[in-house]
Every structure is written in structure tokens, then in C-alpha cells.
Design a protein around this ligand. Sequence first.
Ligand code: 5AD
Ligand code: SF4
Length: 458
Amino acid sequence: MLKAAFYTLGCKVNYYETESLKGIFLQEGFDIVDFGVEADLFVINTCTVTHVADRKSRQTIRRAKKLNPEALVAVIGCYPQVNPEAIRALPQVDLFLGTQERLSLPGLVKRRLQGQDKYGGISSYDHEGAAFEEMPWLKEQGRARAFLKIQDGCDRFCSYCVVPLARGPLRSLPLEKGLDYLREIGRAGFKEVVLTGIHLGLYGMDSQDRESSLATFLEEAVKIEGIQRIRLSSIEPADFDEKLLEVISRGGKLCPHLHIPLQSGDNFILSRMKRSYNTSFYASLLRDLRGSIADLAISSDIMVGFPGEEEKHFLNSLQFVRECAFSSLHVFKYSPRPGTEAATYSSPVKPEVQEKRSREMIALGEELAQQFQEQHLGRTFPVLFENKIEYSDLSCSSFPRECLLKEEKITGNPLIWEGFTPNYLRVRALGKPDWRGKVKHICLKKRYPNYLEGSEPG
Ligand code: 5AD
Ligand code: SF4
């Protein structure tokens, strides 16, 4: 049996697509192995959102070929879609595909194994018409949380962003199909599903059905049995219309956790980025959301060192981010992407200044995350447990040794579990062997840099 190993870089959409391909290769008779052991086929699903993502993608490609110089290395996704020549030029690559026709990969691999030449089938996107490539959901996802991609592509063309070139136009999985997958996910015993998309807030906008939208999808999704939590991957600030706000505010199965990319807290920079909102719009959105959703976690993406960002703009950004009180922050140093408008802008920010701003912004993000954690101490939340932390991995252990020893005496095997609250706080607690995939009420007692420690009340 041929062994195939997969590696994903980038976003949750990429993660979903890799999992789906794993399922297809399983059906084709491949044995799926970890990336890191010798395999006959390596599939690398790349990201190209920054030059750092490109570099990591290339490093992974080289690593694969080192693991087995005889193996077939297939490179797929955003990087070859945007820059096929760079991928073609890499001697380690045997086959590459962009972000279209991924389902043809098993056939291409077979043909290549029969000795055909390096294949690179990339056509650029026509923003007038491309179909949603339905990639089946894989039941055997290795997590307690299921992911489902319901939307692809973006038509916004923010000045820095290569994603519209990498992913093509907006397109959505038809509503009924999405709901069918959710029913399957519920039947398979997953308690939580993460809905993903490149521009998820515009789900359904490409459909003939005028009623089709993320809000209508969610209204139906919450009725599905088995699924207890629905999480949304990322929503653009401008996409919260009244109906979506109303549906999200109803709470229930919808997790009080939203990722709303801000990019900059300075209006001059936001307009150069061609973002469609300003800071007062954003602040008022957060007020509305927080006013109607208890314990809401709002996380965000921030870019530093955009061309033309002077110290005063950066200070505005820092100040605004602080006011937004994010629960966590992803900080990116601006990276010019060929083919985008901002790549032609003058007044670049020096790398050392970018670096310094990035460090300051990351530190602020950590401070805000800590404040958010602290607000939850002493309170009890339902936690969906996902992973067991091995006793031996607890070098950074918070759990006092006496506590573990006591547990060891009682049960013979102290088990520390890790999971998430609805508002995405990472929690660790001593648990029972059967806690994987279970929701337990946990009182949060102590804060650590990346998680809160807690226990079952009483
Ligand atoms: N440079 C740096 N970061 C970028 N992002 C998107 N394009 C760029 C770029 N050219 C970041 C944005 C986005 C996240 C996925 O990647 O913050 O929200
Ligand atoms: Fe990276 Fe964007 Fe492609 Fe996701 S869609 S893999 S973030 S370039």
C-alpha cells in the first residue's frame, strides 16, 4: 500500500481542503501517514499571503524531498496558483495544482507514478464565473471539532491582498448541501463545527436565491441535532448586516467568539489599504455586538509597517487596538505581494521599524489576552475537551506536583485534558479517560500564559 503524507500551511480553509483530500486518497487505497516519516507521496497545501508564508511553503517542500528523495512531491494551493513559475522551478516538485480542480489530484498522482512529466495545471481565475468546488467532508477528522468549508473566494481587492488572485471570485456551497454536511457531522458525533470560508460573511451572495445568506444558513444550522456549538472562522467588519447581527445575538449554539479583521487602527492607513470602514464604524460594531452577546470574545488581525505608516499612525493603531480589548491578536508585518495595488506604493517602512512595531503590537495583544482571561477567573463555563496532555509533556506544568501525585494515588493515572470554552478560552483540567469530545462544566481558577486551569465544581 502506498503511503501518503499531507502538510497544511495557512488558514482554516486550507486545513479543511487538506483533510478532504486525505479522505479521497484513503478511498483510493493510500495509507495516510504523519508528515515526518518516509512516505511515497507528500502533498503540501501552501499559503502565499506573505513572503514568509512562501518561504515556509518552500521549506516544507524541501523537507519532504529530504524525508524520501524517491517520493513524489505534490504542491497545491495558493502559492502555485499565484506563482506557478516559482513552483515549477523547484527541483523537488513533481506535480503542482492551484486552488482549482483539486479533486483531480489522485488521478494526476497515479499518472505521474506511471512516469509522466512534471505537471502544473494552473489557469488564472476569471472573476466573472467560477464554480464552488465541493470538497467532501472527511468523517475521520483528527479533532473533536469538525471543520466545514461553505464559501470560497473574495472580490474585495484590498490593496495589500493577494487572496482574490489566489482564490478567485466569491462562490458558495449551496445551502441544502451545507446543511446535509452538518447533519452528517452531527450524526458522526461531533459536538462543535467551525464554518470556514475565505470571505464567509458574504456566503450565499453569489446565489440566484435572494434569501441565501450567512444569516439564513445559520438559522437553519442551529436546528441540526447533535451539534452543540457552531463557530465562525472570520467575518469582515462590513459584513455584519442587521439580520446577521440579530441571528448571532440570539446566541444558543452560536459561539460568542468572533474573529473580525481590523488590519489597522488608523483611518489614513485603512483608506490606503482600501478597507471599506473606519475606526468609528468598527468601534460602534464592537459596541453593538458586546451590548447583545454576553462574554463575547473578539479576536482580530492587525498589520504593521504598511507603506506610508508613520509613527503617529502606528501609535493610533496601538491605541485603538487597546480600546478594542481584543481577546487575541494575530499580528502580521506587511509584505508586498506582486500583482496587488499596494506593491506599487512608495514609502515602504524599514524592516527594522516593522520588526519593532510588530513586537510592540504582539506585546499589546498578549496584555489584552491576559486581561480577557482574567475576567473569567472564578466563573464556570462549559468546556469541550479535545486533547489529552501527556503527563510527560508537562514540563511547563501548572498543575502542582502534589495535586498530580494525589490524583495518581486515586486513579493511578492523572489525566490532564485540554479544551475550549464557547468563547475560545483554552482550558486545562484533571479529567477522566473518556473526556475526549465531551462537554464538562469547569470552574476557571488560575491563569497561565496560554490557558486557564480549572476543575469541575464541587
Ligand atoms: N502582508 C502582511 N499581512 C497580510 N495579510 C494579508 N495580506 C497581507 C500582506 N500583504 C494578513 C491580513 C489578513 C491575514 C490573513 O493575513 O492581516 O487578515
Ligand atoms: Fe494563505 Fe490566504 Fe491562501 Fe488561506 S487563502 S492559504 S491565508 S493565501
